[in-house]
Design a protein around this ligand. Structure first.
Ligand SMILES: [Fe+2]
Length: 495
């Protein structure tokens, strides 16, 4: 007999909201080198590396929930593959705020996305302190792993056991509390070094400064800062992500305003004070990379299309153009002060669409085309093609073709022909960002593996699914010993 959830799915939607929201719970336990169970497919002996993922791991203290999952403390999951065996290690990032709140078992900091301290507006007003929650991404820089959160510095972790070493200033590169983006790009095609980590920090206000940093990520000077520049721009800038080509760093300054009064008065989180401004024009900011041929030149600013972007997919140079693929929303999506994030109506939130901007550097113009109207997020390309022309992209999408809904499928799209193929976790599974790992020594762009952490709504647990990135066939499914809330970003580390 079909369960209530399955009847609801059949009658109405491709999903049941309680299946989706059941992923939101605290991670209860930390494991170290726990062998994980293969429940379908075969173990892949050729895999020799670690899948690293970051995302919120604490969503509730006593009876108080965070207002938005993005306010949850970072928890790192590492799944290591060696000689056909897979083991899991998971650790919370032991930030100052996490340690303090664990000891008191309550929220003592306000969250950027609207989590308030107990005691109402009066107890929150004029408390402008941030908790660096280190929950957005995890990457390797030099001999350390870095847990990232864009409004403050990175936390260094021990790659062997994921234990927190502490807040890092990267050997004096960063000033105290300096912002360090959660979206670094690993450039394997730079003219300067075999591997460069390119990233930025933004300091915003009526004028904004972007600091663009390029670190060596290989060889004798592994981890050293190679190139560094700062550029000042007019206006407020909310920059979550960027894109790179061989010679450019590309930012999209969304047409958005920040009114800090409700934040200062204790009524809203800082991110809830962002609002799209239809009278403003968004701008592409193109900053020449100091490792490229335009080093030392001034940035170029070009009017951009309407819409709001969190994430870009990839960019490349072609003649006088920069081609940029991004996920565009009609408006900035925010969970209002009176809404419960676990009970949101997806129909009331803007959906993300894959669009291509063609930015003409010579004429200083841009135009945009829609690649797909299907709601998507967390799109990626083969990491060897980052900054270069790539034909394929993989992303998390809704099961339905139009409108907003939870992400339940993984799509491979050919960016030239728009041909699409899918793997689906619907009706009871919910996907996260796919991590693409190319097959060793393969020259084919789409040959490799996709790693996806899936929330299994039927089992009420997390699975790791490995797909063949070429034909999207399922290769292996592992059941994980921890329940991982819907997460954010991650990376692959070769052993
Ligand atoms: Fe992101």
């Amino acid at each position: 007999m079909a369960s209530l959830e399955e009847i609801q799915i059949k009658e109405k939607k491709t999903y049941n909201r309680s299946d989706w929201s059941s992923a939101y719970q605290n991670v209860e336990k930390e494991f170290e080198n726990e062998e994980i169970k293969l429940v379908s497919g075969t173990s892949l002996n050729e895999l020799n590396g670690t899948l690293l993922r970051n995302g919120p791991g604490i969503l509730k203290r006593k009876e108080q929930w965070v207002h938005h999952p993005f306010d949850g403390d970072g928890m790192i999951t590492g799944i290591k593959f060696k000689a056909g065996k897979a083991t899991l290690t998971n650790k919370f990032v032991k930030t100052k705020g996490f340690i303090e709140e664990e000891a008191k078992q309550k929220f003592i900091y306000r969250g950027v996305f609207g989590t308030q301290k107990t005691g109402g507006v009066l107890n929150n007003a004029f408390d402008l302190k941030f908790k660096n929650i280190a929950n957005t991404h995890i990457v390797r820089l030099g001999d350390k792993l870095l847990a990232l959160w864009e409004a403050a510095g990175p936390h260094a972790l021990d790659p062997n056991n994921l234990e927190t070493i502490g807040l890092s200033n990267l050997n004096g590169v960063l000033k105290k509390d300096e912002a360090f983006s959660a979206h670094p790009k690993i450039d394997l095609n730079s003219q300067s070094s075999s591997e460069i980590l390119v990233t930025f920090g933004v300091q915003t206000g009526p004028k904004s400064t972007i600091r663009l940093m390029e670190f060596s990520n290989s060889g004798d000077n592994n981890g050293e800062l190679l190139f560094d520049r700062k550029d000042l721009f007019d206006g407020f800038a909310f920059l979550h992500d960027f894109a790179i080509t061989t010679n450019w760093a590309i930012f999209l300054q969304n047409a958005i305003d920040f009114n800090p009064i409700p934040f200062i008065m204790g009524q809203k989180g800082a991110a809830q004070c962002l609002k799209s401004n239809s009278k403003k024009i968004a701008k592409f900011i193109l900053i020449p990379r100091e490792s490229g041929i335009f080093r030392g030149q001034s940035p170029i600013i070009i009017d951009a299309p309407k819409g709001f972007v969190f994430h870009h997919v990839n960019a490349f140079e072609e003649d006088n153009n920069i081609i940029l693929d991004s996920i565009f929303y009609d408006d900035f999506p925010s969970v209002g002060p009176d809404e419960d994030f676990r009970e949101i109506d997806f129909d009331n939130y803007p959906d993300g669409k894959l669009k291509r901007s063609i930015i003409n550097i010579k004429n200083r113009t841009s135009k945009i085309t829609t690649t797909s109207n299907q709601c998507c997020e967390f799109a990626t390309v083969n990491p060897k093609f980052l900054g270069l022309k790539s034909i394929f992209s993989w992303m998390a999408t809704t099961e339905q073709k139009l409108g907003n809904a939870p992400l339940q499928s993984i799509k491979k799209i050919n960016l030239i022909t728009n041909e699409e193929i899918y793997w689906s976790a619907a009706p009871r599974g919910f996907v996260s960002e796919p991590i693409m790992v190319p097959k060793k020594n393969s020259l084919n762009e789409d040959e490799g593996f996709l790693f996806i952490v899936v929330w299994n709504g039927k089992r009420k647990g997390s699975d790791l699914v490995i797909l063949n990135s070429e034909d999207m066939k399922e290769l292996a499914v592992y059941e994980l010993p921890i329940n991982i809330p819907h997460g954010l970003h991650g990376s692959w580390l070769e052993n």
